[in-house]
Write a protein that binds this ligand. Structure first.
Ligand SMILES: Cc1cc2nc3c(=O)[nH]c(=O)nc-3n(C[C@H](O)[C@H](O)[C@H](O)COP(=O)(O)OP(=O)(O)OC[C@H]3O[C@@H](n4cnc5c(N)ncnc54)[C@H](O)[C@@H]3O)c2cc1C
Length: 482
């Protein structure tokens, strides 16, 4: 095997996996009218590797085998590698209508986090398993989901706390035998898992000794016996009410994945009871995946900035001072995200022998865009005006009895067609959906999760600042005591 074509990727999904959507079981995810949108969105990663203009970005030569492999599964060696991967995600999302293909990036984040944690544990068998699994992913060019988020039940209770309504709110080991471990539980919000080949499972929080059975990480093919996926409906489809667009619709669904006593062979197990390493694994994955979040949010933010400027011009208000202020605010957000994403690669850190984007900078970058997302959407809503939600539909546009009125009265600045203006409202309405706001806030971890990591990472600096302040105050005793 080597690199897969997009057609081979589609074929690989016809494997008997158990997937439900909208109340029914999906026989073939590549043929289902809704899920096919997700498959096409993901397939773009494979298409990029076949397109001459993206080939150098998407593909690298494996030093060990001399074979071409996906850049995602290449173990980064330096900041140049981190920057290239960042560029791949930004470019891939731009070229895929503003939706990240997701096919291997989250899987690679999980794979790297598992490799780093295995090295940090110093357990030879885990290091070997991780590297063997990476070689398998490289050789077979597999798509892979990263499944960290448990359903959790009562959030403030530990997984093993008897006050939880049942013991399966976090994925756990229910049996160990000669062949492997048997796992039970459910993960939720797992992006695109319905049309990926492999699932890499990790714990989602720190664990205590009592939670040892919940400290579990493993990888299994998506069609493994006992794995059931329930997807949410696609929130956006171009229907008869919308102006048709001549570019394919891109989108993803996310799965709740149930592990109904699933047997995982030992060579696919990366953590099984080493509860002290649950948190390092979470931290490693969180940093890598938040950097992925920053990368794919750059094109999303670029589109918002572009829409804000376009509708301001269409409405003739682009030179008005408060509108220019609002566009400036949006530009500041975009440039901050771009700069921090790059800075985190340049100022990289090494954990478990693998360079990763700077933890503090990455978490600040993710926190900053997530925390300001609603403000960005507010600015665009203000610039665009109420037609964002009150505009007539494409069906009214097509109706000869109403078209003339719409064309005459819903125009903006002279020289801009009413149709172009209505089309712009349509894509802004889609871009400002509640879905995109929830993605910004929760995907890659809630706001508090980033703040927690920022404080932990910054505490060394904070203590040094405190010592300086104490020294400046002349309090020698206090300085010595701290
Ligand atoms: C579109 C989308 C895609 C996603 N894709 C993936 C994916 O591919 N893989 C994956 O693993 N995850 C994925 N996620 C999950 C994402 O990481 C979680 O949504 C996020 O971590 C929040 O978890 P939650 O949704 O369970 O919300 P909750 O954990 O219920 O959070 C809600 C609020 O409760 C607070 N809270 C939670 N627990 C505690 C506590 N113990 N103490 C105090 N406060 C607490 C949080 O800070 C937050 O304010 C995705 C999420 C979304 C929305």
């Amino acid at each position: 095997m080597g690199l897969k074509t997009a057609a081979e990727y589609r074929q690989s999904l016809r494997d008997g996996r158990v997937v439900y959507l909208n109340g029914g079981q999906v026989e073939d995810v590549t043929a289902h009218p809704a899920l096919r949108v997700g498959v096409d969105t993901a397939a773009f990663d494979y298409e990029m590797a076949e397109m001459p203009e993206y080939r150098d970005l998407a593909v690298v030569t494996d030093e060990k085998t001399g074979e071409p492999i996906s850049r995602y599964y290449y173990t980064p060696k330096n900041s140049g590698d981190l920057l290239k991967r960042h560029e791949l995600m930004v470019t891939g999302t731009r070229a895929n209508q503003g939706i990240v293909p997701f096919t291997k990036d989250i899987g690679a984040d999980s794979m790297n986090a598992v490799s780093m944690t295995a090295q940090m544990m110093g357990k030879k068998e885990y290091v070997e398993r991780a590297e063997n699994f990476r070689a398998y992913l490289q050789k077979n060019d597999l798509s892979m989901a990263g499944a960290m988020t448990d359903v959790k039940g009562n959030r403030v209770l530990r997984p093993s706390d008897p006050r939880q309504a049942h013991p399966d709110y976090y994925v756990r080991i229910v049996d160990r035998n000669r062949d492997g471990i048997v796992v039970r539980g459910a993960k939720v919000h797992i992006t695109a898992a319905a049309y990926f080949n492999e699932l890499l499972i990790m714990p989602c929080r720190n664990m205590s000794e009592a939670d040892a059975d919940y400290a579990v990480s493993f990888a299994i093919p998506a069609n493994t016996k006992g794995v059931v996926q329930i997807c949410h409906p696609f929130h956006y489809q171009i229907g008869a009410d919308n102006f048709p667009v001549d570019i394919p619709v891109r989108n993803h669904t996310d799965s709740m994945i149930i592990f109904d006593d699933v047997l995982v062979p030992w060579d696919r197990v990366f953590l099984a009871g080493e509860w002290e390493f649950a948190m390092p694994l979470v931290y490693n994955f969180a940093t890598l995946h938040r950097h992925t979040g920053c990368s794919y949010h750059i094109p999303i933010l670029e589109i918002l900035v572009g829409m804000a400027q376009a509708i301001a011009e269409y409405n003739g208000i682009d030179r008005v001072s408060h509108i220019r202020e609002q566009i400036t605010d949006l530009a500041i957000q975009l440039q901050t995200l771009k700069s921090l994403s790059k800075a985190s690669c340049l100022d990289y850190e090494i954990y478990g022998g693998i360079p990763i984007p700077n933890r503090t900078v990455t978490n600040i970058a993710k926190y900053n865009y997530a925390n300001s997302w609603h403000n960005c959407t507010k600015l665009i809503q203000d610039i665009a005006g109420g037609l964002l939600i009150t505009a007539p539909t494409y069906r009214d546009w097509q109706n000869p009895k109403t078209r003339g009125y719409i064309e005459k009265y819903l125009g903006g600045k002279a020289g801009i067609s009413t149709e172009d203006r209505l089309r712009m409202f349509q894509i802004i309405r889609h871009a400002l959906s509640a879905e995109s706001e929830v993605v910004a806030i929760h995907a890659e971890g809630s706001l508090a999760a980033q703040r927690m990591m920022i404080l932990v990472e910054a505490m060394g600096d904070i203590q040094e600042c405190k010592q300086w302040a104490i020294g400046l105050a002349g309090s020698k005793k206090a300085a010595a005591d701290t």
